[in-house]
Design a protein around this ligand. Structure first.
Ligand code: BV8
Ligand code: ZN
Length: 244
């Protein structure tokens, strides 16, 4: 990645009054958490898109829960990496309200790195919800009881607190993310393939509102333009250099 792109990105970021970071599974790759569409997107013989659906859960709640319990184990053993830490440092450095972190990830690594209230567009591995009475509870460790877990109140089957394909995103969370992208001077997009909607639309919303988009991804390709800077490389290396 040409150093002038990095210098231009650093200068743009330094001059921004409002910044939004939009992250995908790529930011957690260096923590050992598999991405969706890379080689890690497979579990046994299943693709993530086929498991992360209400239909799969209805058909085989136990098998879907085996996948989620496995992911909880992987994440519980993972540590936030230098990329997560850089975004936490950025939040601390900017005025309150001047930084918004929007994530498609459900691993909770941004919170563990120190970001205070990331907007979790697709929910989180660390909450479950009863499919019968709606009772929700937070998890502090992977589910280890027999799968699927059952509700303490009504014995209903509990589901992971994530947004599956075909399900609506939490409305108020998405609206806050749209608002942040509309008002930001700079949007730093990290580790997402931009395949999944409506999350992927946020980048277009920011660009249409006049933001400069900094794209941090090993596959980020130029050409750079007035309001797009591609920083090709892993988040764990690029973000600390960008935020330094
Ligand atoms: C909805 C939670 C409204 C669960 C997830 C056809 C066309 C367009 C849209 C659709 C369509 N058919 C269906 C749809 C809609 C669908 C969709 O977009 N499908 C896609 C597959 C086409 N969207 C939905 O269903 C959404 N809901 O639309 O509701 C509605 C409602 C009812 C009826 C009609 C409509 C809900 C989507 C949410 C799904 N849930 N996750 C769970 O985690 O188990 S999505 C899942 O994918 C994760 O959240 C993940 O974040 C997300 C996106 O993937 P990425 O994060 O981008 O990860 P990916 O592997 O793809 O890319 C990794 C990137 O990192 C790569 O670019 C790689 O180069 C880079 N990278 C690798 N290493 C590094 C790195 N970058 C930096 N550093 C590194 N070291
Ligand atoms: Zn219940």
């Amino acid at each position: 990645m040409p150093t002038d792109s990095l210098e231009r990105a650093r200068a743009t970021l330094a001059g921004a009054a409002r910044v939004t970071a939009l992250t995908g599974s790529g930011i957690s790759a260096e923590s050992g958490v598999p991405t969706f569409r890379g080689a890690g997107g497979l579990w046994r013989t299943h693709r993530a898109e086929d498991l992360a659906t209400p239909e799969a859960f209805t058909r085989d709640p136990r098998m879907v829960w085996e996948w989620y319990a496995w992911r909880q184990e992987v994440v519980a053993l993972a540590e936030p990496n230098a990329g997560h830490a850089a975004l936490a440092a950025l939040e601390r450095r900017l005025e309150p309200g001047a930084f918004t972190l929007v994530t498609q990830n459900v691993d909770g690594l941004h919170q563990r790195a120190g970001n205070t209230e990331p907007l979790e567009l697709h929910g989180t591995l660390w909450r479950v919800r009863c499919t019968e009475c709606g009772e929700e509870r937070a998890l502090i460790e992977p589910v280890t009881e027999s799968l699927p877990p059952r509700c303490a109140l009504c014995d209903g089957i509990e589901r992971p607190g994530v947004v599956w394909f075909g399900e609506e995103l939490p409305e108020e969370v998405f609206e806050m993310a749209v608002e942040a992208c509309r008002r930001s001077d700079v949007v730093v997009v990290v580790g997402t393939s931009g395949v999944v909607y409506p999350a992927a639309a946020l980048v277009e919303i920011a660009r249409a509102a006049g933001a400069t988009v900094i794209d941090v991804n090993p596959e980020a390709r130029g050409p750079d333009s007035e309001r797009r800077i591609a920083l090709a490389g892993p988040a764990g290396t690029i973000l600390p250099a960008l935020v330094r």
